[in-house]
Write a protein that binds this ligand. Structure first.
Ligand code: 13P
Length: 249
């Protein structure tokens, strides 16, 4: 059995008071289930708050990015080591918003992935195609190119300590979820590529789906054979929605 996850990505949202209410509701509502993990990836200034609020709960936490550098004159960056100091378990790397808005190239993402591993964080590597790429039949080529950059840099063994997330860009924040079949096709493709390199690692790799997951569509998505949970944006900010998604896992 592969490990299954529901991970929230708060993006650039939150505030001390609102976070406290949400974290309270989650620490009461997320009931432990074996083989399943729950987490929240928060803006880095809130890591201390989240650590204090969740330390006795079953929920893990982490950051939404890490610096491509370890330390030094890189104003504004937050290193993987700093994120780890707050008891974090996870770090997102290669989210499509980082790639598209902040210019993270495949090499940069691979570097961040390596630094997250070195800090003993579990990188959650995000891959996904844009709408024009899907419409021109390039989905598999794009997601494999994004994954391959990490495999080339860190070996397939790097994936044995990571989580993969398929997030089609056209489904993020749009309310337009990939159908369970569309998502499953890409998940099965990605797993097949990893299995071809190392069968055991491919079989064990948890692949999460992200893009407009809500409590109303989570069960159907999570029921697909190669979908091992979800990476949740907007719905992770609403306790009732996020708990509904957790309960669907
Ligand atoms: P939404 O759930 O808001 O579509 O965002 C998905 C996402 O980008 C999670 O990383």
């Amino acid at each position: 059995m592969r490990d299954r996850f529901v991970i929230g990505n708060w993006k650039l949202n939150g505030g001390l008071a609102a976070n406290a209410l949400l974290l309270d509701a989650l620490s009461v509502g997320v009931v432990e289930k074996s083989g399943r993990s729950c987490g929240v990836c928060v803006p880095s200034p809130y890591l201390a708050q989240v650590q204090a609020a969740l330390k006795d709960s079953f929920i893990g936490w982490g950051s939404q990015d890490v610096s491509r550098f370890e330390s030094g004159a890189y104003t504004g960056d937050v290193s993987a080591g700093m994120v780890a100091e707050f008891g974090s378990r996870y770090a997102l790397v290669g989210h499509s918003e980082r790639r598209a808005i902040f210019g993270d190239t495949e090499d940069v993402v691979a570097g961040k992935f390596g630094l997250a591993l070195r800090a003993v964080l579990t990188p959650i590597l995000c891959v996904g195609e844009s709408l024009p790429e899907r419409e021109s039949g390039k989905t598999e080529e794009v997601v494999w190119r994004q994954l391959q950059a990490v495999v080339v840099a860190h070996g397939v063994s790097g994936l044995s300590r990571a989580i993969l997330a398929y997030e089609p860009v056209w489904a993020i924040g749009t309310g337009k979820t990939a159908s369970p079949g569309q998502a499953e096709d890409v998940h099965a493709f990605l797993r097949g590529k990893v299995r071809a390199l190392d069968k055991a690692i491919g079989d064990q790799l948890s692949i999460l789906y992200g893009g407009s997951v809500k409590k109303s569509n989570a069960a159907e998505l999570f029921g697909m054979p190669d979908i091992d949970g979800g990476l949740i944006g907007g719905a992770s900010l609403v306790a009732e929605e996020f708990l509904g998604i957790w309960n669907a896992l």
